[in-house]
Design a protein around this ligand. Structure first.
Ligand code: HEC
Length: 178
């Protein structure tokens, strides 16, 4: 037997346990990975429930400041919106709607308000080409700041509108668990 011929045979033998070990490791990683992702999926489902905190003074302090800096220019200092907000302007875009009780912000559950503000309307309605003046705040405000500013908006609503909005949240969350 020439040593030249035996080298590849030996190498192949030596590689076999390595291949087995690698396959074993890969299976382990795959299983662990699947577990990790399903954990992440349930986590992100839970954390996608961004509940507003209209009774939390700290959130309202932060929210009031952010509203004045980021939202008031379009939605109005007191959430009154822009004039004729139901009619598209000459640019084809809708003006900013009110956030007070006269608008329809309160018709949306917390999660939708959060998604509109963070990811934008186009994402929410799944129309990537939807043209709107409403900015996307992902990367501008963090999640806590978005919750804070929306909490401040909710805190401005009269008690009966807040109660109706609470009921909308309850219905929406029920619909998610169905
Ligand atoms: C440059 C103007 C502008 C700024 C600044 C702005 N928005 Fe808007 N926003 C709009 C417009 C315009 C719409 C309506 C969009 C449409 O339907 O095309 C809108 C819609 C919304 C809606 C949906 C309301 C509904 O009834 O469906 C929410 C929620 C919202 N804005 C939150 C905010 C928050 C919170 C801020 C500040 C962090 C903010 N916006 C800043 C222009 C603005």
């Amino acid at each position: 037997m020439s040593p030249v011929g035996s080298v590849p045979r030996f190498a192949a033998l030596a590689r076999k346990p390595l291949v087995l070990a690698t396959a074993g490791l890969l299976t382990l990683l795959l299983v662990a990975g699947m577990g990790y992702f399903s954990l992440r999926a349930s986590e992100s489902q839970a954390s996608s429930l961004h509940s507003l905190r209209p009774d939390d003074p700290q959130a309202l302090r932060v929210g009031a400041r952010i509203y004045a800096q980021q939202c008031a220019a379009c939605h109005g200092a007191r959430g009154e919106g822009q004039p004729d907000w139901r009619e598209r302007g000459p640019d084809g875009l809708l003006p900013a709607p009110p956030h007070d009780a006269s608008g329809h912000t309160w018709h949306h559950p917390d999660e939708q308000l959060f998604a509109i503000t963070k990811q934008g309307l186009a994402r929410l309605i799944k129309q990537p080409d939807y043209r709107t003046a409403m900015p996307v705040y992902d990367g501008v405000l963090n999640d806590d700041e978005i919750v804070a500013v929306l909490s401040w908006i909710k805190a401005q609503w009269p008690p009966e509108v807040r109660q109706r909005h609470d009921a909308i949240n309850v219905e929406y969350r029920k619909s998610l668990s169905r």
